[in-house]
Design a binder for this molecule. Sequence first.
Ligand SMILES: [Fe+2]
Ligand SMILES: [Fe+2]
Length: 195
Amino acid sequence: MTSRPNLSSASRPALPAWAQVSPDRVLHIQRVAELVDRWAEEMRVSDSERARWLRAVWLHDALRDAPQADLDRLAPGPDEPAELKHGPASAALAKGEGETDRGVLDAVHYHSVGLVEWDLVGRMLFCADFLEPGRSFERAERTALAGRLPSDPRGVLLEVARRRMLHAIKSGWSVPEPSYRFWNSLVSASSSSSR
Ligand SMILES: [Fe+2]
Ligand SMILES: [Fe+2]
């Protein structure tokens, strides 16, 4: 395995100036960035693709600790909690500040729920957000999944989506429509590829 002690400057986007995040949140985002950067290295993706993945990482939780009123203003619509609004709000602000990459914007907007139409940016962010090593649950299994991702991205994505869906159901939460559409698309792609 290639080790990259430091992110190259070209692949080191930072938090946007408008971010509202606690110190602990910054550490989470850094861990997600390091994981995504490691996967990009092991998967030998181009520098421009790696930069897309990292832009989405640094944007995804940039408003996670913003006041609800700010989130409601940036992401008007259904009355939803900050857990579901911070992605859409951050994507809206990033777009207003000049981000034009649809894959990056969709990754950020839907990172809490999933999206059928995602390209690799959204899929990598969805996995890394769940598998980053700072989370305290299922450490050994998540470490193994993170290690497996570069050689089996589709299999690991399916497993991450399964675990996130099960967690929502066990917690008695409603499952947002994009989440179950995403889950159904992953299952149908996996069953058709194994036929
Ligand atoms: Fe988030
Ligand atoms: Fe996150």
